[in-house]
Design a protein around this ligand. Sequence first.
Ligand SMILES: C[S@@+](CC[C@H](N)C(=O)[O-])C[C@H]1O[C@@H](n2cnc3c(N)ncnc32)[C@H](O)[C@@H]1O
Length: 343
Amino acid sequence: MTEPRQNLFSEAQDVPTWTRNIDAIAGAFQQAQILITAVRANVFAQLEKPVVPADVASALGWSERGVRMLLDGLVALGLVERDGPNYRNTAAASACLIPGAPHDQTHIITHKAGGWESWGRLEEAVRTGAAIPRESPNRSPEDLRAFILGMADIGRMNAEAMLAALDIAPYRRMLDIGGGPGTYSIAFVKAQPDMRATVLDLPDVLPIGREQAERAGVSDKVTFIEGDLTTSDFGGPFDLILLSNIIHSVDASTNQDVVRRAHAALEPGGMLIIKDFLLDSGRVGPAYGLIFALQMLLHTPAGDTYTIDDVAAWTDAAGFPPGRFVDLAPQSRLWIVQRKRQS
Ligand SMILES: C[S@@+](CC[C@H](N)C(=O)[O-])C[C@H]1O[C@@H](n2cnc3c(N)ncnc32)[C@H](O)[C@@H]1O
């Protein structure tokens, strides 16, 4: 592939620059913890107007010394502005870091923060090749909610970008496999009023998705059904099937089988969109997908990130004609195929 690899740092920099890069990489966990600590304590909600550290400290019952340093850390991250003794949110923090804000990212931050302990045991996972055992096999209801609503936090803008890049006008019946909060189904039925969508997911997730569809005013157009993507017959026929951020959670042979069943559930001419952190040929980038593979090592028995060639091989084997690659962002790369029309 000839496009940029979108990795975090360029290989072509000189050694002095690399010493700074290495220092930034080694300390990146500090920045993450500043953000996580502020989000967990809902600090940004207090910073919508100018405040002094003593006000924030007294509202939280925390030390003024610690809060002053935390706020300075947020200034360092560019999330908070300081004017004399006062601190207040930047526009980005107001838009993204307050629960319910237009671009709320607080659930995904909470979800990522939940990986702090397991990332601290990365060496163990790399040594053994196995996930870090969870205390309980199932997520707590709070963790599940942060995970699923976190998917909505990151999905809303991706869905808009997908709609801008694709023509969905010909499609009416969508299946969203492992659709979670239903972000893409909700956006697609809003953009295409004749569309009806079915979201298939695990039983505990369905109420969270239904809540999201209700809130968006499309609960009559989006149906949530229980199913196991590793085994279910997907039924159909559908004319549009979406597999968004699913393939990384299972192994290649399971993905091959999911794609085969998706092909069977599509009507002739129907479209399958596989969206994930797809890697360039040779696994040389983008950074997001290369790093995310380790997230899967830590948390799943057999998950991984896959190259565009891997995904193309699954769709070829399932009987789809050659597909096309759409690069919306490192976190949102699409492989799109259409089932052959009957001749
Ligand atoms: C990373 S989330 C992606 C959610 C959604 N597709 C999106 O992109 O926002 C993975 C989703 O797959 C669901 N999932 C995981 N294993 C599943 C299985 N065996 N059967 C059905 N759904 C599953 C999870 O509950 C979750 O909603």
